[in-house]
Write a protein that binds this ligand. Structure first.
Ligand SMILES: [Zn+2]
Length: 453
């Protein structure tokens, strides 16, 4: 099995509580996507998401496990079928055929629809009652997103923002952002290289990108989608960029650990727009502007005891101490120690990589059945893509002062529900908010003459 297939199988093994081999079998499925004229944009996006996880058939490949029929078109096989339709109000997915109207749908909404259609198709072919509940028909109402009026029609100058993280959600963010008219310069930071499992969910990456630094690889792959925007990659951390160029106006946060988020908050960006995934079970969106009396990024991702457990299991599995794991990236010295405990590992090939990544590659599916292991699991492509779309939506809401809440959790197997948005309060023990110096620095940085800048 390829590394990409393995990452997907581990994800499913963990979700269902089964062995990796059984999971691989369940993912060995073929979906035929039949698309009506007028629905080719959504059909294309759905196929791109699905083919990172299962096999997407061309029409001449024999009987598929599922035929996904999008729009008003005659099915090509005798089934089983899943039908999908979308219009300006939303997307509907059902086991029975649907009524259609051919309306122009904004491509950002089409991209969101594609995530939900891919989820439904995947749920159908995996066919397990252990997966998160999935009810048909599924209706997604675009109004639940709370996109401000004119938000999709106005050109956006994104200069001053930094995209933090070039992994799955970072890819998803750019894939979604390409559907808006964006100008200026977007700086992008990521100190890591593209790992072998990344193409399972990073839509701009292919096998050819493995081993290359993430930020430049992503910038180069995505640049053709942004004629009016310059992507400026930096192969370093957000902290290193801030040290060079000064505080950032907006951090668009897509990093993969709670610890990295807390340390990012200490760099005090004026504004944070953040999205994360909890394996394939949830997408979490957070935003705030400094100074704030409500939750900051470090409040939302405050330290939880489980993190110790995760770091401990990584340390134990790799044969190093927990303090070393907390450094985040593998030093030459640590690489030598890991190579001693794992004969299959060559020290020189792992220097500079993230501990989470190596842990995922080395440890069996069994290790990933623990809650600590689950936190480092790679989600399916559609989950990261959904996080990317919701990140763009949050950016629009924040730009138009429509973000009166700071926290939203969305079930990737269900529909986004606007009333679940919440305003979360500051956490008294937050390592940023409880630090008076840090808070007064935030005030002096981002307020002028008593006015918020
Ligand atoms: Zn805080």
């Amino acid at each position: 099995m390829t590394t990409v297939g393995q990452e997907n199988a581990r994800m499913l093994a963990s979700l269902l509580g089964i062995e990796e081999a059984d999971a691989a079998q369940r993912l060995d499925k073929t979906v035929l996507v039949t698309v009506a004229p007028g629905f080719t944009a959504v059909g294309g996006e759905v196929s791109e998401l699905l083919e990172r996880t299962i096999h997407v058939a061309r029409s001449d490949e024999g009987k598929p496990d599922l035929e996904l029929v999008i729009g008003s078109v005659q099915p090509a096989t005798s089934g089983p079928y899943l039908f999908a339709s979308l219009n300006q109000r939303g997307v509907t997915i059902d086991a029975a055929s649907l009524r259609h109207s051919n309306e122009h749908v904004h491509p950002l909404l089409t991209a969101l629809a594609a995530c939900h259609i891919a989820a439904a198709a995947l749920h159908r072919v995996i066919g397990s009652s252990s997966l998160p509940r999935f009810g048909l028909p599924l209706s997604v109402d675009f109004a639940e997103l709370g996109i401000p009026e004119r938000g999709l029609a106005t050109a956006l100058d994104i200069s001053g923002a930094v995209l933090v993280g070039g992994g799955a959600v970072g890819n998803g963010f750019l894939r979604a952002l390409r559907h808006l008219e964006v100008r200026g310069t977007l700086r992008m930071v990521d100190p890591k290289v593209v790992g072998e499992g990344n193409p399972n969910r990073c839509l701009y990456f292919t096998g050819d990108h493995v081993g290359l630094p993430k930020a430049p690889a992503l910038a180069q792959a995505a640049q053709p989608d942004f004629p009016g925007l310059r992507l400026e990659p930096h192969a370093c951390t957000f902290g290193e960029l801030v040290a060079k160029t000064g505080p950032a106006d907006t951090a668009i946060v897509t990093v993969d650990s709670r610890r990295a988020r807390r340390s990012l908050q200490k760099e005090i960006p004026r504004r944070v727009i953040d999205a994360s995934t909890t394996d394939a079970r949830a997408v979490i969106v957070h935003s705030h502007s400094q100074p704030t009396d409500d939750a900051c990024l470090a409040c939302i991702y405050r330290h939880i005891p489980d993190e110790h457990a995760r770091e401990r299991s990584i340390a134990e599995a790799l044969g190093i101490d927990i303090e070393t794991v907390r450094e985040g990236f593998i030093s030459p010295d640590a690489a030598a120690r890991i190579a001693k405990a794992h004969f299959s590992v060559e020290a020189s090939t792992i220097v500079g990589r993230a501990y989470d990544t190596l842990f995922k590659e080395l440890c069996s599916a069994q290790a990933l059945l623990t809650p600590e292991g689950r936190q480092v699991l790679a989600p399916f492509a559609f989950v990261s893509a959904l996080a990317g779309v919701l990140l763009v939506v949050e950016l629009l809401r924040s730009n138009h002062q429509a973000a009166t809440t700071n926290y939203w959790t969305v079930d990737p197997w269900g529909a986004p529900i606007g009333r679940l948005r919440r305003l979360r309060p500051r956490v008294p023990e937050c390592e940023f908010c409880a630090d008076d110096d840090a808070r007064s620095l935030a005030h002096s940085l981002w307020t002028q003459n008593g006015e918020v800048r």
